[in-house]
Design a protein around this ligand. Structure first.
Ligand code: PMP
Length: 278
């Protein structure tokens, strides 16, 4: 399987970057993961729009018009042209003498590859989730490759046998280390509003569209940790997470939530399956 690095297809072992690449030195770059269901892109424009937003926010000049055909080429070169898969795209500011300020004329490093994703069994999964402090920065709306706070907190969760971790900032749930969080309370779905404290998930957007279409009530409001006892159902969403039910929420030794998959989560999963499978 081949990767595409700054203009060329090559085997991964030949795909090398400069030690002075700002992606390597500073995490100065952004990324995107786009799902392909049986070889067909799902919400491609939303993913391209988010990539464009992130590039503009961190001021990396890059022409995205080359992307779509390259994504399909990545899939076919990986033998995934008709499979469930995802395409990873990463753009860093490229190699430059090491300064904190941006180089005047950056030469961005562009990486892309396709990888297989199992997208069938999400409705059977139940995740155990650890609740921990959100110690990330104030620009979580940028899909930055600088993910140390996300990886550190997820490592603690996985080390203890959990599937994911949910982050709390100033008493409110923000999101997971790599997923968006939804809480069902009294028949209403709550999810954090778009803000610099969360990544604006494409799956989040799809789920809210489904809620509108099915007449399920929702509020784009952060859910407080101290109201967790009023929650009937928790689920997480993401490109590879899809819609995954949470069976256990735990903070240190304390169980905050325990439950079977609720009716609303089940309905959303069913409709999501229809929309992704066409
Ligand atoms: N929040 C974070 C921190 C993420 O890394 C992701 C992506 N896996 C999401 C939310 C979900 O976003 P999306 O639905 O666009 O994959």
């Amino acid at each position: 399987s081949e990767v595409y690095l700054s203009g060329k297809w090559m085997p991964p072992r030949e795909a090398t970057i400069s030690v002075f690449d700002r992606g390597f030195m500073f995490g100065d770059g952004i990324y995107e993961v786009t799902p392909f269901y049986r070889g067909k892109a799902f919400r491609l424009q939303d993913h391209l729009d988010r990539l464009k937003y992130c590039l503009a926010e961190i001021k990396i000049p890059f022409d995205l018009s080359i992307l779509e055909p390259l994504m399909y080429e990545a899939l076919s070169r990986a033998g995934l042209a008709a499979s469930d898969a995802a395409v990873y795209v990463q753009i860093s500011r490229g190699a430059a003498p090491r300064t904190h300020y941006f180089p005047e004329t950056p030469k961005p490093t562009f990486l892309m590859y396709a990888f297989p994703v199992k997208l069938e069994n999400f409705h059977e999964k139940r995740w155990k989730v650890l609740v921990s402090e959100d110690f990330r920065w104030q620009r979580c709306d940028i899909k930055s490759t600088a993910l140390l706070a996300n990886t550190m907190s997820n490592e603690q969760a996985v080390l203890r046998g959990y599937d994911e971790n949910l982050l709390v900032r100033d008493g409110y749930f923000t999101e997971g280390s790599h997923s968006t969080a939804f809480f069902v309370s009294n028949g209403i779905i709550y999810t954090h509003p778009k803000s610099p404290h969360i990544l604006s998930g494409i799956t989040r957007k799809v789920v809210l569209e489904i809620c509108r279409d099915l007449g399920i009530k929702f509020k784009e409001e952060a859910f407080p940790l101290d109201k967790i006892s009023e929650v009937d159902d928790v689920f997480l969403t993401g490109t590879t997470t899809q819609i995954t039910a949470v069976s256990l929420l735990q903070e240190k030794e304390q169980v905050l939530f325990q439950g079977e998959k609720g009716e609303i989560t089940g309905r959303l999963q069913e409709e999501f399956l229809k929309r992704t499978r066409g």
